[in-house]
Design a protein around this ligand. Structure first.
Ligand SMILES: Nc1ncnc2c1ncn2[C@@H]1O[C@H](COP(=O)(O)OP(=O)(O)O)[C@@H](O)[C@H]1O
Ligand SMILES: [Mg+2]
Length: 288
């Protein structure tokens, strides 16, 4: 640790997405999208299916390499880094489709999240067996803390594949937390959950911010959840950013309402604004 923080850290954003363009054989998944996230924020990305939300996460975590634009972490480009190097910088994530080791227990799955934190790599840890043991004890303690935090004590020794879906989503969140990330990417954390599971997850997301102080980007289909807990929201449609701002601002944006027309999950607020707009349109038509 140096006494003087790097300039980018003192004045800049934690992460910046700068005019990023990503295409797949003619399909433009992400089209010139820019946004930034500051430390401590809960930033949310919403948009219809196929809008490019997961692609943005894959660009951030280094799985996809965009053809244009730049992605910066604390002011430094991370475009050339490999996914594991980006994870080491402090970016953790969960996946839209759960990606856990089904036959392994909760405890074992969470320990895999710790391996990113092991210093010196596997070989060094084999050579310095003493150090490995100390590290393993520390890792174990950290994992137990997360198990307590997520209230999954009674599932500790359960193979993940045998757990209810909502609990598996929680374990996946636990594995991402085990990496002690500075930025956590959550890809549809409540998708497929019932109301009770959704409420539990919302509570954990808020606790992660309040108690662990972790910055988050939340990709979600559940509009009500996003509008409830996000600080800022960006709306995507067909790979393009169509709006950003506070939840209140975004909900009143006509482009957003248009993008969501016909989508059954449109929130009551959106439906309300939608009705007002239709009313205006009818008035305008009648007036002409
Ligand atoms: N690996 C890929 N190969 C080809 N097309 C892809 C790939 N990943 C995403 N896409 C396309 O990019 C667009 C955006 O997808 P995605 O980012 O998954 O959207 P969202 O997460 O918002 O539903 C879609 O048209 C999708 O088919
Ligand atoms: Mg997706």
């Amino acid at each position: 640790m140096t006494a003087v923080a790097p300039q980018a850290e003192t004045e800049g954003h934690l992460v910046e997405f700068d005019s990023v363009k990503l295409s797949f054989k003619g399909v433009v998944a992400v089209n010139q999208v820019s946004f930034h996230v500051d430390s401590g924020e809960l930033f949310s990305i919403i948009g219809p299916n196929g809008a490019g939300k997961t692609s943005i996460f894959n660009c951030l975590s280094g799985l996809y390499k965009p053809q244009e634009g730049d992605i910066r972490w604390r002011g430094e480009s991370i475009l050339k880094l490999k996914p594991f190097q980006i994870a080491e910088l402090g970016m953790g994530r969960t996946f839209q489709n759960i990606e856990l080791f089904e036959h392994m227990t909760v405890l074992e799955n969470l320990m895999t999240g710790r391996h990113i934190r092991m210093k010196g790599g596997v070989l060094a840890n084999l050579v310095f067996a003493g150090k490995t043991k100390t590290e393993e004890i520390e890792n174990r303690a950290k994992v137990e803390d997360i198990i307590d935090f997520l209230e999954i004590e009674r599932w500790r020794k359960f193979p993940v594949g045998m757990m209810p879906y909502g609990m598996q989503k929680r374990v996946e969140l636990g594995r991402a937390l085990a990496m002690e990330p500075d930025l956590l990417l959550l890809d549809e954390p409540v998708a497929g959950m019932n109301l009770e599971e959704t409420e539990d997850m919302a509570r954990f997301i808020l606790d992660i911010r309040e108690e662990l102080g972790i910055t988050m980007i939340l990709v979600e289909h559940d509009m009500a959840l996003v509008m409830d807990i996000a600080d800022r929201v960006m709306v995507l449609d067909f790979g393009q950013k169509i709006a950003d701002g506070t939840p209140a601002e975004v909900q009143k944006n006509p482009d957003v309402i248009r993008a969501y027309l016909g989508e059954e999950f449109a929130s009551d607020d959106l439906k309300e604004v939608e009705r007002e707009l239709e009313g205006d349109a009818i008035e305008a038509a009648e007036g002409s």
